[in-house]
Design a protein around this ligand. Structure first.
Ligand SMILES: *Cc1c(COP(=O)(O)O)cnc(C)c1O
Length: 430
């Protein structure tokens, strides 16, 4: 399968090259040349398939020429070694918990899949690949963990000093091996800017193969489509039309769900639930796409003012807002509404949601207010313990810290402090 750049000014590349490059030379996002629907039989019999079999059949067409079947199964077996439970909330709402991976973030699946693909592609390489990422919290931990111990790949993570939670900092700084944490005096935007500058700095790229690990990369983006198929498998027998509500920031996860739909999965509608960073819900109303500087909220993994994957979504629906509106609604919610939803979920249904999942729930309720005869699934993208202070303050209850987090909290932090681009450059060139 080849991938082309959505900017249409760069050559088509294989899956392997799309993964190694991350973004096309014309700065466009890569998109699969063709999405062939899976056989009807696959959906008829899906409840008899294991998660690994489902994932294998769903992603195979995209990677086939570069990863043989046996290797692909081996990768998926490692990546998907935890559960994705669908927890009923009411008789027409359930939540799909995506936070049972090693770092309790839904990004674990994409990060682990990408890490193993890159590791596989660099097996016979003599030169190392360097994954360079800026993180405001969640991405970094999932990437660090996913790439830990992968041969031929070095990971350099930049994070803003004092601006990530204790748990998040430990997840970035205690692993060692091929994972290096750079603690930046500054904000997340400063980290991001440094990373972007490095990618364009020929003095660095002449010496080092740099790649990114955000959802722009096809190997991080595409495996997220598995979640939707896993959920479909569980609730197919209910016989109702299915809608998914996805707490969205960069819109990678929801866009992967739309790829699952292109593969033939029956789904009535997608809801992009956001915090007050509402560029997409305004676009859906006005057909004008106007990026904004991001606003800080309590659902901070979604504080994105210009979601990078939205261009892929528009492309899937032929850049036609009418068609897009048939399948996508987007609603935005304030921090106050988010906290109220967390309280409602706790008091009425005894469910502890994190702020991101709570926004997913709000989006679903709003949609179902007008489309009552549907079965709704909202994705819960982070374990509530990752947003401990907000969750405990809101529901006025202590929550239990899972064992794997507890262990990591006791480990010793190791980071290198930097405060300017020159220091990053010096580090990368040494
Ligand atoms: C990254 C993230 C999101 C947003 O996912 P996108 O694919 O960027 O839309 C939502 N919730 C949590 C907890 C996240 O870490």
């Amino acid at each position: 399968m080849n991938f082309y750049s959505l900017n249409q000014k760069a050559a088509n590349v294989s899956f392997k090259d799309a993964v190694i490059k991350g973004i096309a030379p014309d700065r466009g996002l890569y998109f699969p040349e063709k999405i062939t629907p899976l056989a009807k039989d696959f959906f008829d019999k899906i409840e008899r398939l294991s998660n690994i079999e489902i994932a294998f059949m769903a992603i195979r067409q995209f990677v086939q020429e570069d990863i043989d079947d046996e290797k692909l199964k081996e990768i998926l077996t490692e990546v998907l070694d935890f559960d994705f439970p669908l927890v009923p909330i009411t008789d027409h709402i359930a939540t799909l918990e995506l936070f049972h991976g090693p770092t309790l973030a839904f990004k674990d699946v994409g990060a682990r899949f990408m890490a193993r693909c890159l590791g596989h592609f660099s097996e016979n390489n003599t030169s190392e690949i360097t994954v360079l990422v800026a993180t405001s919290g969640d991405t970094g931990g999932a990437v660090a963990n996913g790439f830990l111990g992968v041969k031929g790949v070095q990971v350099v993570i930049l994070y803003p000093s004092g601006k990530v939670s204790d748990i998040q900092e430990k997840q970035l700084t205690t692993l060692g091996k091929n994972i290096i944490a750079l603690e930046v005096t500054g904000t997340f935007d400063d980290c991001q800017k440094m990373v972007k500058t490095a990618f364009l700095d020929e003095e660095i790229t002449k010496h080092k193969q740099l790649t990114s690990a955000n959802s722009i990369n096809v190997a991080r983006w595409l495996p997220q489509l598995f979640y939707f198929l896993f959920a479909y498998k569980e609730i197919k027998s209910k016989g109702k039309e299915i809608v998914f509500s996805i707490p969205s920031g960069n819109f990678g996860n929801i866009c992967a769900g739309m790829v699952a739909q292109q593969l033939g999965m029956p789904v009535k509608h997608f809801i992009a639930a956001t915090n007050v960073n509402d560029v997409v819900s305004r676009f859906m109303q006005t057909d004008v796409y106007e990026p904004q500087p991001s606003v800080a909220t309590i659902s901070n993994a979604m504080d994105v003012g210009d979601p990078s994957n939205f261009v892929r979504i528009r492309h899937i629906y032929n850049n036609d807002i009418k068609t897009l509106s048939e399948y996508l609604s987007s609603y935005s919610f304030t921090d106050e509404q988010t906290k109220d939803a967390m309280l409602e979920l706790y008091n009425e249904y005894n469910y502890i949601a994190d702020p991101h999942g709570a926004i997913g729930y709000l989006g679903l309720k709003k949609y179902q207010g007008q489309n009552s005869n549907t079965y709704g699934i909202f994705l819960e993208t982070a374990h509530p313990v990752k947003f401990l202070d907000i969750v405990e303050d809101t529901i006025k209850e202590n929550i239990e810290i899972p064992e794997k987090i507890f262990k990591q909290m006791k480990k010793k932090k190791k980071s290198i402090k930097i405060s300017s681009y020159d220091e990053l450059k010096e580090f990368l060139l040494q």
